[in-house]
Design a protein around this ligand. Structure first.
Ligand code: ZN
Length: 483
């Protein structure tokens, strides 16, 4: 997590303008389409959601990398059918393999997907694909359908948080943004992506390698856990062949020649790989936050979540929940007053020290919007210039059973002083020029790191029995496991 204002911000993503019906011609495909949303509205919608994406996911703090992706994206987008949109390309600080587009030309790739590409042409193919979703107005069409379904029904309900749904709301907000496209839209985005790659001079055959990579990632994670980009991008079995035959049908001299593998790998050399423990990490039930220098212990057996804005825990029965957030500009007293001052909340908070830190805490009962009564305990703790808000709650029936675990979590918050934990560093990519032919196993032996040979195979997009040729570039991961 990072210090932020409260999680209610997620709801900002849901405040979508409802427009008037307009009939329009699809800019990329030339077909007719029904859209509720004009282009200025589309742009406004994207701009608003962009702020929410930045708040929720954060951007990779590397201006050179951001500029590299942005320059490439802009070059491709300006040669598209909608060159005048306010095209914006961002690298989000997310280890998950992901890429997505918002209406109006806002396009995102995660640092996770960048770590898995092996050439600039592969990056261009995914940027081209996402540009295609925008130029063909897929997301606008999708939003129009969702808006139709939601007008007068969904939004009001979603905006009323109920016990057990706080995380659900966050998820719903994200799903609305990470639009799921149908197979036809995906194929069209691939076709448009190929078109934009070609216009940029890139070798279109590199697009297939992205799907090969996604398949490897999927296979390596047991096939069950698809990477996000794949799960939000339906992946029919024939997708690779479809692209291959599309490429084969193109005039050979129009394919483009740019691959730029070494150039790309140098750009991603040193980027953070996997979760960044500086943003907090769990070791069993204990949560450590090296940057914010605190620790807290959650109940044993509960599912835990660490997002940028909230750390949360929930038992499998889902009858209780603990939420930890942090924000500046308050004192424990003012934060507690704001919470207990809510007319739906009853309770008497008291000042106390929690592990030597100034705090205000107390138990409460609250009435939810749906009329349900919940019980809980809340603590507001001052530490390092921030006020931490820990709220544990349960259904009234479950409270007697959950109370001890929740109270114990509230009382476990304290300063983090363990030097080894304070010093943890994320894993990073390290690009090596191979000085002689080496099998992947040889390579792993000569350039050791914390990840397995099969993980190296996935990120280099080769079989684990492959030989890396002399003078080629290959990726490894460097870093030490967490204490
Ligand atoms: Zn797509």
């Amino acid at each position: 997590m990072r210090p932020a204002r409260r999680i209610a911000r997620v709801l900002a993503a849901l405040s979508l303008a409802v427009g008037l019906t307009t009939c329009a011609t699809n800019p990329a495909t030339g077909g007719h389409m029904l859209s509720l949303i004009s282009e200025p509205q589309e742009i406004a919608m994207g701009r608003e959601a962009d702020a929410s994406i930045i708040a929720q996911m954060g951007l990779v703090p590397d201006t050179a990398l951001q500029r590299y992706v942005s320059d490439l994206g802009l070059r491709l987008a300006r040669a598209s059918e909608r060159p005048n949109l306010p095209w914006t390309f961002r690298v989000v600080d997310d280890p998950i393999i992901n890429a997505f587009a918002l209406p109006g030309g806002y396009i995102y790739v995660s640092r996770g997907i960048l770590a898995h590409f092996n050439s600039e042409a592969e990056l261009a193919s995914v940027l081209g694909h996402e540009i295609g979703h925008v130029t063909a107005r897929h997301s606008v069409q999708q939003l129009s359908k969702q808006q139709l379904a939601q007008i007068g029904v969904g939004v009001a309900q979603i905006a009323a948080p109920r016990l057990g749904q706080v995380l659900g709301i966050a998820t719903q907000g994200l799903e609305l943004l990470f639009l799921k496209f149908g197979r036809d839209d995906e194929n069209q985005a691939d076709q448009l992506g190929l078109r934009y790659m070609r216009r940029g001079g890139y070798d279109s055959r590199e697009m297939v390698k992205v799907y090969v990579m996604l398949e490897r990632v999927s296979a390596a994670s047991g096939g069950g856990r698809l990477p996000d980009w794949q799960s939000t991008h339906p992946n029919p079995v024939d997708r690779q062949q479809r692209i291959n035959s599309a490429v084969a049908a193109l005039p050979p001299d129009s394919l483009g020649t740019l691959v730029r593998r070494p150039e790309y790998l140098q750009r991603v050399d040193g980027i953070v790989f996997g979760n960044n423990p500086r943003d907090g990490y769990f070791k069993e039930t204990r949560f450590y936050h090296p940057d914010l220098r605190f620790r807290v212990t959650f109940p044993a057996g509960w599912k835990t979540f660490n997002t940028r804005q909230v750390v949360a825990a929930q038992p499998t029965e889902e009858d209780a929940q603990i939420l930890l957030t942090a924000g500046p500009g308050a004192t424990p007293d003012s934060a507690a007053n704001a919470f207990f001052g809510n007319e739906a909340v009853r309770g008497q908070p008291q000042r106390q020290q929690i592990n030597g830190l100034p705090a205000v805490s107390g138990s409460f009962t609250a009435q939810t919007q749906s009329g349900q009564t919940i019980a809980g305990a809340a603590a507001f703790i001052s530490h390092g210039g921030l006020v931490y808000e820990i709220i544990g709650m349960a259904t009234q029936a479950a409270w007697s059973q959950r109370q001890a675990a929740i109270t114990s979590t509230l009382q476990s918050f304290g300063s983090l002083t363990d030097a080894a934990i304070l010093a943890v560093q994320p894993f990073r990519l390290d690009v090596i020029r191979v000085d002689r032919d080496a099998t992947l196993t040889d390579f792993a032996r000569r350039y050791p790191g914390p990840v397995s040979v099969s993980a190296l195979a996935v990120m280099n997009n080769v079989d684990s029995t492959a030989t890396l040729p002399r003078n080629s570039f290959a990726k490894r991961v460097v870093g030490t496991p967490l204490p």
